[in-house]
Ligand binder design. Structure first.
Ligand SMILES: Cc1cc2nc3c(=O)[nH]c(=O)nc-3n(C[C@H](O)[C@H](O)[C@H](O)COP(=O)(O)OP(=O)(O)OC[C@H]3O[C@@H](n4cnc5c(N)ncnc54)[C@H](O)[C@@H]3O)c2cc1C
Length: 416
């Protein structure tokens, strides 16, 4: 059969479903293809499931400090299979509401692998779809270490690790990007012996140098071992996995999580077709994919240099704009406020972290936050930066007390 639509979309992740929903709102007829589950990596194997497990891990970790808060819990433990079950229920619930939103928007959802034949044609095994416009939003996949394949039992990628039914006693995590850091925090909170191996000079190498240094401090305080400037050369798995490093050192662990990055799924570049989200191989974040889709359909443009990054866990890590190491010495002002100075942080027993603001010519050019609620705090700075609000104008804003936001307010007065 041959069908006709205004818009055909391959992939129903954040880029695909956002484009579909916004196009349908404009009255376009839309067909969207998904070979796996609606919601893409973000909902099914990325942002949502990891944050769901992370929440349980951090809650368990907080319980360990209950006594210091005057709460007495004589005996407690965790049931990891239930943690995973809860994660699955959250994903299912969100998937259902997304399915409903797509259905209510009269978007035709085809559960099949789709091939884009040319600028206006998409085909599945059974049918052919003629579309005025086509978007490919087919996402990305985990990268394996050169010469070391995932066996999905001991050498795991970020998909495999989501469905562990019990926790290993020890794990090596290769790569300290957001995925590596978040899983190190999850495993460590559940008392797994964690070793992180990073090839670059610092952990979370994409971050501001002081953020990286603070993560190292936090890892040390939590007993998370890490090696920097170290490459994994070989992994031999029998009863246990033996990792050999470029430094000559070795580590023996039960499991290995390889989190060294993601690459676009294989695709053929077709002129006249639009590519959105992770497939572009640019910024691989769900909110970037969403903004790209809205820019494409509604023409609401955004500044790609102002995409916030967040690494979850306790404390959260978030940043936007320029890093200090990228600025010329003497060309900027800086403020560094310790979170422990804030009344709210003392009340919450969440004193670890800082708010670092960088400004040039009276305008904020970068913010780097390690703090509880950093994921929300960064948005305040992002709105100011997006609108070129000057530091002097921001000082006029009234910030509520006691909050973490006050830290941003106070930082404005300490820029030097
Ligand atoms: C462990 C992990 C944690 C993450 N955490 C965060 C986070 O906290 N915050 C954040 O912003 N980002 C996070 N990300 C990244 C985020 O998930 C991605 O940036 C986002 O999902 C990209 O959206 P997308 O629509 O481009 O692609 P995807 O979400 O990958 O969706 C692409 C979809 O296309 C489908 N598809 C592919 N080929 C075809 C075909 N031929 N026919 C039909 N369907 C097809 C796939 O099955 C998939 O469902 C995380 C990623 C991972 C792996």
């Amino acid at each position: 059969m041959e069908y006709k639509y205004n818009l055909g979309i391959v992939g129903a992740g954040p880029a695909g479903y956002t484009a579909a929903l916004h196009a349908a709102k404009k009255g376009l007829s839309v067909v969207m293809f998904e070979k796996d589950c609606i919601g893409g990596i973000c909902l099914n194997r990325g942002c949502i499931p990891t944050k769901s497990i992370l929440h349980c891990a951090e809650f368990y970790k907080e319980l360990k400090c209950a006594q210091s808060l005057g709460i007495v819990i004589p005996d407690f433990t965790y049931d990891f299979a239930k943690v995973v079950e809860r994660k699955n229920q959250i994903v299912q619930k969100l998937r259902k509401s997304l399915e409903l939103a797509v259905k209510n928007s009269k978007i035709t959802m085809i559960k099949a692998k789709a091939d884009v034949i040319n600028t206006n044609t998409i085909s599945t095994t059974d049918d052919c779809y003629r579309c005025d416009k086509i978007i490919i939003a087919s996402g990305s996949q985990s990268v394996a270490l050169p010469g070391i394949e995932f066996d999905h039992k001991r050498i795991l990628n970020s998909d495999d690790v989501l469905d562990l039914q019990y926790l290993p006693e020890s794990i090596a995590i290769i790569g300290s990007g957001a995925i590596g850091i978040e899983w190190a925090r999850i495993f460590s909170a559940f008392d797994v012996d964690v070793t992180v191996i990073e090839m670059a000079e610092n952990l979370l190498p994409v971050a501001d140098i002081e953020v990286s240094k603070r993560i190292e401090r936090i890892f040390k305080a939590n007993g998370i071992k890490f090696y920097k400037s170290t490459k994994v050369e070989d992994i031999q798995c029998n009863e246990k996995c033996l990792l050999r490093y470029s430094s000559g050192n070795v580590t023996e662990v039960d499991k290995v999580l390889v989190a060294i990055g993601r690459k676009p799924v294989p695709y053929r570049k077709i002129d006249g077709v639009t590519y959105l989200g992770d497939i572009c191989g640019e910024i691989q974040l769900a909110h970037y994919a969403i903004k790209q889709a809205i820019a494409e359909i509604d023409g609401i443009h955004f500044d790609k240099s102002l995409v916030p990054s967040v690494v979850y866990g306790n404390p959260e890590i978030a940043w936007i704009g320029k890093r200090e190491q990228d600025l010329e010495k003497g060309s900027y002002k800086k403020s560094m406020l310790l979170i422990s100075a804030l009344g709210k942080s003392q009340c919450d027993n969440a004193v670890d972290g800082f708010i670092k603001i960088l400004s040039q010519d009276g305008i904020i050019v970068g913010a780097h936050i390690v703090s509880k609620e950093a994921s929300s705090l960064i948005q305040q700075v992002s709105i100011a930066m997006q609108n070129n609000v000057t530091v002097e104008k921001l000082k006029e804003v009234c910030f509520a007390h006691p909050t973490y936001s006050e830290g941003i307010f106070e930082s404005l007065f300490n820029l030097e």
